[in-house]
Design a protein around this ligand. Sequence first.
Ligand SMILES: Cc1ncc(COP(=O)(O)O)c(C=O)c1O
Length: 192
Amino acid sequence: MSRVYNFSAGPSCLPEDVLKECAAEMLDYNGSGQSVMEMSHRSKDYEPIIADAEAMVRKLMNVPENYKVLFVQGGGSTQFAMVAENLGIHHKKAAYIETGVWAKKAAAEAKKLGVEVDIIASSKDKNYSYIPRVEKVSGDYDYVYICMNNTIMGTHYEYLPDTGDIPLVADISSCVLSEPLDVSKFGLLFAG
Ligand SMILES: Cc1ncc(COP(=O)(O)O)c(C=O)c1O
C-alpha cells in the first residue's frame, strides 16, 4: 500500500495510528458490537464520545466556561446562514469585512435572509491578496463578521478589529486549532 501526502487546506492527512484505530472500531466500537456510525446518538455508548469531544475542544482552545460548544450539521456554509439567522435579529444589520470568496459567500447568505450587510472594508481591489486594517468598528450592528483564514487566497488575520460591545464572529474553518486563539475576544467562532 502506498499512501500520499496531502497538504490540502481542506481534508488532509491523518496519522496512520488514528486511521487504524478507526478501521478496527468500524466493526466493534469499544465492545458495543457495532460501529459509531450505526449506533443511536442518544445511546450510552455514544454519550461519552460527544462529551469527550467537547471536553477536548474546551481544553485545546481554552474555551471559557460561559461559552457553549456546539456540534451541528451542515459544515461551514450552513453557518453563513445560521450566523445571520441567530445573530442578525435586533438591528437586522451586520458589518462584514470582505477578504475573499468565503467572506463574500457569508455576506451574500446574510443578505438573502434579510440582514442589511455593510461591507466595511474589502481587499477586492488587489484580488483579495491582503487583509484590510480595520482598527475600530462602531454602529448599530448586530455583529461584525470576519473570515480569519482565507483558504483560497492564503491570507490570515494577524490582528483583530476592536468591535467594542458588538459580537465579533469569525469563520475559522481552515485555521481552527492551528494556533492559540483568545476565544473570549469573539462572540462566536465556527469551523466546518
Ligand atoms: C474558510 C472557509 N469557510 C467556509 C468553508 C465552507 O465549508 P463547507 O465546505 O464545510 O461548507 C470553507 C471550505 O473550504 C472554508 O475554507
